[in-house]
Ligand binder design. Sequence first.
Ligand code: FES
Length: 103
Amino acid sequence: MTAKSPLPFETMVFVCTHQRAPGERTACANAGREGQEIVERLRKMVLDKGLAGKVRICKSGCMDRCEEGPNVVVTRANGQTDYFSNASLKNIKNICEVFVKDS
Ligand code: FES
């Protein structure tokens, strides 16, 4: 039986890193998209800002919004959740600002 528990971190960030074979529907971590690189960059940002233990960057599976990806969900212990689409290494500073502001 599962037990409902509070979020284990102040903020949890879920980045879609789903991949598909060439010729299939596009995916957030396919060639030319940056799902995996976004995870790595956000993890570095968390470490650089001293937020390890408060902010957790997680890989996620497909959110069924593949064409607008890479997609990122930021959810916080206070219940607030934000969804970011079309994420890239060039614009993830906006995502980082959300969890830095709240921590
Ligand atoms: S592959 Fe990322 S939302 Fe579907």
